[in-house]
Design a protein around this ligand. Structure first.
Ligand code: FMN
Length: 366
């Protein structure tokens, strides 16, 4: 693709919309990554209770000819439980439908509109939405062209470094820059790499050098130490954390402490046991049988279990439970131990949250 001409609406030298004021003014910002079926109202509120990140992003709103704004996602905006700004994410392939969805969302108290250009679920990318957009730069341009002039505030993008190669990476960045995108959250993997390849952080450094807008580094930010290392290596304006916030909800507090030059405060396994109780309450749906809540909670515990023991014994036992009583018994056995050991900030190497290709086909997550 030829180098991008600035679009006609762009005023040379126009100020970009700055990010909302950070919790620690002048320091790098933190964000909870959008995660479908995870970062709803309840989980956002829970995370905020452990010490919030600077920014939140909703699960994605679908934009297609028959779509309407999903009420349960709107709830996380209208009744935002975090005290922090929340960006609304949209997924779609049609400039008209994405615009219609964005205009609907602007009637709600959003910090900005975020476009998903990274979802690797085949049912999404095959329709050229999410990560599929990275194969079609003309479509990206058309969506940016439709959205940017009609969004008076922040327009942000979350993307990966390419679909199955990175040859278009600079051209994508040029589009981001030319259309005055206000923030780029960059997951440093291709769509084909899903969630387990080592992130290619050098692309974050490249984006930081090429763009005027702030860049959030995303992908395997697993602890405060990792966050500080990646911030130093890439020069990013901040970090976006997904799975490690499920495993270790104290991560934002620890990052903010480290940014202030303070040591992290150790978290004990008994605190993790308490977190699981709070998760259960947050996910509980009184209209459904308790086993349904257990099934949902187990998806979260898949991540938590990566830090409980180095052999994956908790995960093994937890996955075999069905009722709340069985589950809580396993939790008590593995988390209420003599001496109350420290819950490590990093996951144990080799203890996997059971990647499942089948479910990757259904959603943006694992
Ligand atoms: C369960 C799950 C659901 C996700 N859903 C979304 C989503 O709706 N929108 C999106 O942009 N990314 C989604 N992602 C990707 C994350 O936002 C993030 O980019 C990715 O997990 C890498 O960051 P991490 O290593 O900190 O988890 C999802 C990831 C997971 C694990």
């Amino acid at each position: 693709m030829a180098p991008t001409e600035p679009p006609p609406h762009r005023r040379p030298g126009a100020a970009l919309h700055p990010l909302p004021p950070a919790l620690e003014p002048g320091r790098p910002v933190t964000a909870l990554a959008p995660m479908q079926d995870v970062t709803g109202h309840a989980f956002m509120g829970l995370i905020a209770g452990f010490g919030p990140p600077d920014l939140f992003f909703t699960e994605y709103f679908r934009a297609h000819p028959h779509s309407s704004l999903e009420p349960h996602i709107l709830h996380s905006i209208d009744a935002n439980p975090t005290g922090r700004p929340v960006f609304a994410q949209i997924i779609g392939d049609s400039p008209t439908e994405v615009l219609r969805t964005a205009l609907g969302l602007l009637d709600h108290p959003v910090a900005g509109i975020d476009l998903n250009m990274g979802c690797p679920a085949p049912k999404v990318y095959k329709k050229n939405a999410g990560g599929g957009l990275l194969r079609d730069l003309e479509r990206v341009r058309a969506i940016f062209e439709s959205l940017r002039p009609r969004i008076p505030g922040r327009f942000t993008v979350k993307m990966r470094i390419g679909f199955d190669h990175t040859a278009d990476f600079d051209a994508l960045l040029d589009l981001v820059d030319a259309f005055d995108v206000d923030l780029l959250s960059l997951h440093a993997r291709t769509v084909r790499e899903l969630y387990h390849a080592d992130p290619h952080y050098e692309f974050i450094t490249r984006a930081v050098g090429r763009l005027r807008c702030p860049v959030l580094a995303n992908g395997n930010i697993t602890s405060a130490d990792t966050a500080l290392r990646i911030l130093r290596e890439t020069g990013a304006a901040g970090v976006m954390v997904g799975r490690s916030a499920i495993r270790y909800p104290w991560i934002f507090t620890q990052i903010h402490r480290r940014l202030r030059g303070l040591d992290p405060q150790p978290v004990r396994l008994s605190q993790v046991r308490n977190y699981i109780d709070r998760l259960y309450e947050a996910l509980r749906d009184p209209a459904r049988p308790p086993e349904a809540t257990v099934a949902r909670l187990k998806k979260f515990l898949n991540f938590v279990g990566q830090g409980v023991d180095p052999d994956g014994a908790f995960l093994h036992a937890m996955r075999r439970t069905r009722t709340p009583e069985e589950l809580f018994m396993v939790c008590d056995r593995h988390l209420l131990r003599p001496g109350d050991p420290v819950f490590p900030e990093e996951p144990y190497p080799g203890v996997l949250a059971r990647p499942n290709r089948e479910s990757a086909a259904q959603s943006c997550g694992l």
